[in-house]
Write a protein that binds this ligand. Structure first.
Ligand code: PGA
Length: 248
């Protein structure tokens, strides 16, 4: 793996104010010299962002949000949160294009508007892409990834704050991970597309059922700069295990 290794904890719609107690062990680990290369970023639900920012204040662990509205400042959008509000809370990152949001109606156009608004507010973006099982079976994976990248990054001029999370939809929450061959093949395809488009080397993360048991398979995948971890990150002991088994 490369120099910096990213460990993204996506807590989805889980967690309460009492969940923060378990994070002390992780803070201690993040201070050890051995784990200097670990870039740990937490994405709690909106309700806990402020608590997480406070908790991680004197650490190098960052905090992000799991989504934002496409309007970058303020507006009459009941129940929504803008990039400006996230920045104001102390967030440095936002996840955009997660398949759980795509599945509830978020389009490539919406995601593109959100990416543009997050860039304007200087947030770093974890841009999720990935094919469904149906698309995989129809051998449409590369076509889908290309479409999601091109549509999502339309009009983007500054790519330095963009990270790509390759998350096959069929792997999220299922316990199934892609084969080494498939994963390396898809990551290399994504890299080629991005280099052509951005002239930069963007960081690429893998997400989908990452846990401490399958890490031995995943840590050797070439071209990956880290992991987006969902359910296994909600238990701090498991998340620590993932970090320890990656940086050995
Ligand atoms: P999972 O979720 O690790 O629970 O599969 C990953 C994600 O949703 O990003």
């Amino acid at each position: 793996m490369t120099n910096n290794i990213y460990f993204i904890a996506n807590w989805k719609m889980y967690g309460s104010t009492t969940s923060l107690n378990s994070l002390n062990k992780l803070i201690n680990l993040s201070r050890l010299k051995k784990y200097k290369r670990a870039r740990i970023i937490y994405f709690p639900p909106f309700t806990l962002i402020k608590d997480f920012v406070t908790k991680f204040k004197k650490t190098k662990i960052s905090v992000g949000a799991q989504n934002c509205h496409q309007t970058e400042n303020y507006g009459s959008f009941t129940g929504s949160i803008s990039a400006k509000m996230l920045k104001d809370l102390g967030c440095n990152y936002v996840i955009l294009g997660h398949s759980e949001n795509r599945m509830s109606g978020e389009t490539d156009f919406d995601i593109n508007q959100k990416i543009l608004s997050a860039i304007n507010k200087n947030l770093k973006i974890i841009f999720c892409i990935g094919e469904t099982i149906k698309e995989k079976r129809k051998k449409l994976t590369h076509h889908v990834l290309k479409k999601q990248i091109n549509n999502g990054l339309k009009g983007v001029k500054n790519f330095k704050n963009i990270f790509i999370a390759y998350e096959p939809v069929w792997s999220i929450g299922t316990g199934i991970i892609p084969s080494k061959k498939d994963l390396e093949n898809n990551v290399s395809k994504i890299k080629k597309l991005l280099t052509k488009k951005t002239k930069l080397k963007l960081q690429i993360l893998y997400g989908g059922s990452v846990n401490s048991k399958n890490l031995s398979n995943l840590r050797n995948i070439s071209g990956i700069n880290g992991f987006l971890v969902g359910s296994a990150s909600q238990n701090t002991k498991n998340f620590i295990d993932i970090i320890k088994k990656t940086i050995i």
